[in-house]
Design a binder for this molecule. Sequence first.
Ligand code: PLP
Length: 431
Amino acid sequence: MSSHPTVERRSAAATTPRETRLWHSQAHMPSVKRSERVIDRGEGAYIWTEDGHRLLDLPASLWYANVGHGRPEIAAAIADQLGRIEAYSTFQRYATRPALELADRLADMAPLDDPRICLTSGGSDSVELAAKLVRRFWDVQGRPEKRLIVTRDEAYHGLHGFGTSIVGIEANREGYGELVRETARIDTNNPESLQALIHERGADTIAAVFCEPVIGTGGVIPPAPGYLEAIARLCREHDILFVADEVITGFGRTGRMFACDRYDLRPDLMLTAKGISSGYLPLGAVFVARRVWEPFWADGSELVFRHGLTYAGHATACAAAMANLDVLEAEDLVLRVAELEPVLVAALAPLADHPLVLEVRAGVGLLGAVQLHDGALAAEVAERMCEHGVLGRQLNDGALHISPPFVITEQEIATVAETIAEALDWAQAKA
Ligand code: PLP
């Protein structure tokens, strides 16, 4: 018998693809069930597949590996916390020190009025909690008719019940029937569309507008100049809650700690996940401004927000987040994103002239997309990029996804642009 059974098993798997039993997220299983790309390890901006290929992690997994892979200091913080207590519920009066410290730290960094922090297990959980909280808030204000949750046409807010109901990407909603009622959509980048909705439905029916400062999964669509500010202003003027979904943009992705800082927004709720822990453990957080939390916290109040998740405030996930934020601060990585923003813009700009390219979208931190005329080509182009060492991924609308770890270098950004150009040339020559 081999003394290296693991190695033996791996090479067997590499030569005899068998049908997986893992049901991949958002995957067309007939296409992937015998062709999984198995990731074995990571370091910095790179990952390695089990069969030994090194790939520059251009999408930072799913927009979250912000401080880069394989950080020993985060692994050590996790191990340390596991050695004390892995987790304890935060229901009723219970708490753990990492959950308390993280809540304090987040509250101090946030662009909200004296926030309170609800911890969750990820982005969809944050959306679900926020959607229930905005409705409950109006209910306790004696205005239960304020129920509508408004989102933008290309929005993505995760795929739990509320998220699926408010998503702007139609395919994500098909086949489930009506999940959550009383939702509405507005144009992606035209504030007059919200004005019209207010006129049509009445502000007294609208609970909140949920808004990704930069639309991510829908195609990396930066806000039109003044758009976010106009939406926030309309919300203020009409007594509608403004909810910033910073699941992608939070914790540095736009070159500021939060996109709300960049666009000078003061949301009533701010939703986060991903970059809060850079994916070292699953975690999310909802920041709640004073106006919304106060009725539930006031001495003498009888109110309870009856929402809660078993793993809310999971001690080890919180310890991972604290260590992740330490790295972000110690290495000035948010500033680094701001420095790299023009580098990325300049590197991608020439791709706009390629005959296969409709447009290049960039200019907000380390976020970008190369939109092809024929979206159906994006998967092939992305695959070609992988063959040349850069992990290509297509977004929902047939654009190439760009959101690298913050530790990417200028040289690596140049390599990304060259690799995309080569893959586009290859696809064009083939057509
Ligand atoms: N909100 C936004 C803006 C997202 O981009 C995502 C995921 O990509 C979510 C919510 C859902 O997060 P999760 O997949 O962690 O549930």
